[in-house]
Design a protein around this ligand. Structure first.
Ligand code: NAI
Length: 335
């Protein structure tokens, strides 16, 4: 099958080329993002393959349809960046990689927590500079704390188990409770109670109209003073203006984010020689108690292999007219 793979990085071409030996698709790698202005590159391809910051809106989808594209393969679990209604109207099927390695994201959330807490990033720089002082590096025992997990699906459940392994008391909030997780010791509770009781809160629900700005002025005010907030899910779960206010007035003690509301204009490029135009991220970067990574929680060897294999299999199934087990349908997710 002829596939146009957008937002291609060196690791995408490496892993997809390697795994494609078993599939024999014809893949063309484009470094550019897919958006309305670049959709013409897809002319003559049956399939396009995209990542989280490609813009799959109605205009792009209409162009893809005109160019003969039949299927869009997402190299991600999240599909909030796709206009599913438009895809269904245009008869374009959408497939994704629902679970490539929940552990990779859960472990990155833990890395953010431990780094923010024990300040290893600062200690590393200090020691390299010959500064062996411990002043202002005090941390706390994570295992003695209460951790709130919002969204206890594949990643949230893995994260909850890791935190219980450290000795934490874990509170869970989800639309649907996971009985196995409750049996393992997670205490399910309402959102307000979770916000009020947790020392660390980690977001693992998808971005939907219901969860957009879940963390806002009001929900922030329900949190304990000094709370640590972690977001490895999607940037727009947090109202950036509101979190900046809470950091300025000291209510939020730590913020660790792998995702950012306006990330599609920034992430996955070296911008170190550019003048940063985004004042909100500039403000976030200025706080000593904020740690930002550029959407890398998924970025492990195991996850990259699994993303490539599942995507190539999704497209093979489409080509052979088989059932698409990883399809995302508007009619199903809009209920
Ligand atoms: P999942 O579908 O297994 O779990 C999501 C959970 O959130 C489900 O249990 C669902 O019931 C719950 N949920 C949905 N709406 C909710 C609401 N309004 N309130 C409370 N809970 C709600 O998804 P998975 O695989 O655990 O992924 C979670 C998210 O992680 C993805 O949607 C994606 O945005 C993000 N992600 C981030 C990555 C990164 O590299 N930073 C990589 C992969 C995923």
């Amino acid at each position: 099958m002829k596939i146009a793979l957008f937002s291609s990085k060196s690791y995408d071409s490496a892993y997809f080329s390697e795994e494609n030996k078993a599939f024999d698709h014809q893949i063309t790698f484009f470094e550019t993002r897919l958006k309305n202005r670049t959709a013409d590159l897809a002319e003559g391809f049956e399939a396009v393959c995209v990542f989280v910051n490609d813009v799959i809106d109605r205009e792009t989808i209409c162009k893809l349809k005109d160019h003969g594209v039949k299927v869009i393969a997402l190299r991600s679990a999240g599909f909030n960046h796709v206009d599913l209604a438009a895809a269904e109207e245009c008869g374009i099927r959408i497939v994704r990689v629902p679970a490539y390695s929940p552990r990779s994201i859960a472990e990155h959330a833990l890395a953010l927590i431990l780094t923010l807490n024990r300040k290893t990033h600062k200690a590393y720089n200090r020691v390299r500079e010959g500064n062996f002082s411990l002043e202002r590096l005090t941390g706390f025992n994570v295992g003695d704390r209460t951790v709130g997990v919002i969204g206890t699906g594949k990643i949230g459940a893995t994260f909850a188990r890791i935190m219980m392994g450290l000795g934490c008391h874990v509170l869970g909030y989800d639309k649907y409770q996971n009985k196995e997780l409750a049996d393992a010791g997670v205490e399910y509770t309402g959102l307000e109670k979770l916000l009020g009781r947790s020392d660390i809160i980690s977001l693992h629900c998808p971005l939907t109209p219901e969860t957009a700005y879940l963390i806002n002025k009001q929900t922030l005010s329900m949190m304990k003073p000094g709370v640590m907030l972690i977001n490895t899910s999607r940037g727009a779960l947090i109202n950036t203006n509101d979190i900046i206010e809470s950091l300025k007035n000291g209510h939020v003690g730590y913020l660790g984010i792998d995702v950012y509301e306006q990330e599609e204009k920034l992430f996955y490029r070296d911008r170190s020689e550019e003048i940063l135009q985004d004042d909100q991220i500039a403000r976030l970067m200025s706080f000593p108690n904020v740690l930002i990574t550029a959407h890398q929680a998924f970025f492990t060897r195991e996850a990259l292999e699994q993303i490539a294999v599942t995507t190539l299999q999704n497209l093979k199934d489409f080509e052979e007219g088989k059932e698409l087990v990883n399809e995302v349908r508007y009619s199903e997710v809009s209920q």
